[in-house]
Design a protein around this ligand. Structure first.
Ligand code: AMP
Length: 425
């Protein structure tokens, strides 16, 4: 299937060619015809599937048709509500890119920054508004935004709206929309509350689902590093000494962990910045654009902050800590190896992360090849890494005398077990 098979108009086709898209992704192939036909849509899809273009392309096409709006007026005709600033920015960039050959104007608004540039742009007139819920309500209350002419409404990442406590705000926005409109609803998961919200705001929707990610692209070379927790820092430093690694996105599970990794890297002269929820909006944007223009070599991110980060030609992803949700592994490493380019993903695994590794390997249906040749390699066997033991202790497999973990205490909350997922040495 090609974009031309989807009856996409020429200016958008040209923009897609410029973006390097040769064919639609599965969600695009399924969703675009329904949206062009004016149908409501319930899309079950995560980021990384191409869902932004799945709604942006047909919306641009619909909105570019001559409308009933009188000449001279420029009311907001499309609204995209999305939970985070990063996603909002990304979505607006997508509209701008795919719609570069059209005469539509788009704007992104989000909180945490001054409102003046946003209100000035609103006053000049826009067709498409991408917004996070808080700032949208704020500017609506101040009278800068009126949603009465909305023709197409997109609720993006509805499940995350729920997680982040935005559902009430979203419902308040919906009450201000005209009843006659086209609604596109996207969510990666469908908990009951989200399902009932969908039922309430969609009219006879078409359902489009793309199977949740489970496979990793063949273009991504993956490797696993067994390493003691305390050696991770040195292992990262030794990997990043290799200057052929031009950019790397490093993942930690926590904000604190991200800050710590940055501090360690900066101390040894490697330019790194962190992006996570505790940073101000400006700091996050700055870190992201420094990374995109390559003035920062290493970006350290938590999963929440990274959702939506889209960096062209990212060569390396490093899992400093393994994610505890296996699908997150697929998302993380899918940041590299995009659009057919090759990519590399290194994953550090300490003893306590073995259960996460097991879940990840089960999900992706294969073992991640192990790098046993690095300087910090350790073997996990039995309940604890085999460490040199005094002869008297030899019988006490799995307990490391004198160490914090020697009490046999199950410090990680999981049963010590023999790891059998690796290939051996
Ligand atoms: P999304 O799921 O919207 O976050 O999109 C994920 C990534 O896929 C983004 O980097 C898009 O630029 C890219 N993308 C979207 N559609 C296509 C396509 N048809 N061909 C190649 N890349 C695409």
């Amino acid at each position: 299937m090609l974009f031309t098979d989807l009856q996409i108009i020429e200016p958008i086709l040209q923009a897609l060619t410029r973006e390097g898209y040769s064919k639609p992704t599965p969600i695009q192939a399924k969703a675009i015809p329904y949206i062009l036909a004016g149908r409501d849509l319930l899309g079950c899809a995560q980021t990384g599937t191409g869902k932004t273009a799945a709604f942006a392309i047909p919306m641009l096409q619909l909105l570019s048709k001559p409308s009933a709006i009188k000449a001279g007026q420029r009311p907001i005709r499309a609204l995209i509500l999305t939970p985070t600033r990063e996603l909002a920015i990304q979505i607006e960039e997508s509209f701008k890119a795919y719609g570069s050959g059209l005469r539509l104007k788009q704007l992104v608004i989000f909180g945490g920054v001054g409102q003046q540039p946003q209100t000035a742009a609103l006053e000049r007139g826009i067709d498409i508004l991408v917004a996070t819920p808080g700032r949208l309500l704020d500017l609506m209350n101040q009278g800068y935004i009126n949603l009465k002419d909305i023709e197409i409404f997109v609720l993006d990442e509805a499940d995350r709206m729920l997680d982040m406590g935005f559902v009430h705000d979203v419902k308040r926005v919906i009450t201000k929309l005209p009843g006659k409109r086209q609604t596109l609803f996207f969510s990666a998961t469908m908990p009951n509350e989200i399902q009932s919200l969908a039922n309430a705001i969609l009219t006879n929707p078409e359902k489009v689902e793309v199977t949740p990610v489970s496979s990793t692209a063949d273009t991504i070379e993956q490797s696993l590093y067994f390493v003691e927790k305390n050696d991770k820092r040195a292992l990262l430093a030794s990997i990043l000494k290799d200057e052929s690694i031009e950019t790397a996105l490093v993942f930690t599970r926590t904000k604190h962990g991200a800050d710590k990794v940055v501090k360690d890297l900066v101390r040894i002269g490697i330019k790194a910045e962190a992006i996570h929820g505790n940073k101000s909006q400006n700091a996050r944007q700055r870190a992201l654009s420094n990374f995109k223009d390559r003035s920062t070599r290493i970006l350290v991110a938590t999963d929440i902050a990274a959702r939506g980060i889209d960096v062209d030609e990212l060569t390396h992803v490093i899992n400093y800590e393994l994610p505890n949700v296996p699908e997150t592994y697929v998302h993380r490493i899918g940041r590299t190896g995009r659009a057919g380019l090759s990519g590399t993903a290194f994953s550090f695994c300490e003893y306590e992360e073995l259960p996460y590794l097991k879940d990840i390997q089960k999900l992706i249906g294969k073992e991640i090849p192990r790098n046993t040749g690095h300087a910090f390699h350790t073997e996990f066997s039995g309940a604890r890494p085999i460490a040199p033991k005094p002869a008297a202790q030899q019988g006490r497999q799995g307990q490391r005398p004198g160490s914090q973990q020697s009490s046999g205490r199950n410090h990680s909350g999981h049963q010590p077990r023999k790891f059998s997922g690796g290939r051996g040495n």
